[in-house]
Design a protein around this ligand. Structure first.
Ligand code: FES
Ligand code: FES
Length: 177
């Protein structure tokens, strides 16, 4: 196979979970491969590699994207968030991640990173979802292990907990004179 010359490769630089990163990518390299192989960010999983299973879902500039359908060169200069960026600290899970653990919402875990990314964005936009809305969101993700019910329970419980936290935070805000 012919090697690409230097002018056919591109330096790609972006922010990954708040930190600057860069690497060299061939023009057709997928973002999923760039994250996993070049940057070693293996939390993002790759399943179908053609946009169907949702396992590779990440956030690009605040919008969900299938990293197997995105070229690395397309995200030069962007802000990328992956499952590694969900936890508030290395020794703490996010509310959603903790609910997944309590409800056994993962088995092999192959689908989990993508589902967490989608649900994290969904719960920000829909703080009080019902079960039908959560199931509708999950229709964009394939899970071969759980039967989805524990994932739905975890999502609804996380939504309730996040909503209670928001209410408590509002009540703690000092009244303006
Ligand atoms: S690996 Fe990207 S959608 Fe399946
Ligand atoms: S936990 Fe195995 S595919 Fe979802």
């Amino acid at each position: 196979m012919p090697r690409l010359s230097a002018d056919q490769r591109h330096t790609v630089a972006f922010t990954l979970n708040g930190l600057p990163v860069d690497g060299v990518a061939e023009p057709r390299m997928l973002l999923s491969d760039f994250l996993r192989q070049t940057l070693g960010a293996t939390g993002t999983h790759v399943g179908c590699e053609h946009g169907v299973c949702g396992a590779c879902t990440v956030e690009v500039d605040g919008m969900l994207a299938r990293s197997c359908l995105t070229l690395a060169v397309q995200v030069d200069g962007a802000s990328i968030r992956t499952v590694e960026g969900l936890a508030p600290a290395p020794d703490r899970l996010s509310v959603l991640q903790a609910a997944f653990r309590r409800h056994h919402a993962l088995q092999c875990g192959f689908c989990t990173a993508g589902i967490l990314m989608s649900l994290d964005a969904f719960l920000k936009a829909n703080p009080e979802p019902d079960e039908a809305q959560v199931r509708d969101l999950l229709s964009g993700h394939l899970c071969r292990c759980t039967g989805y019910t524990p994932i739905v329970r975890a999502a609804l419980e996380a939504a309730a907990e996040l909503s209670a936290q928001d209410t408590a935070a509002c009540q703690e805000e000092p009244a303006h004179a």
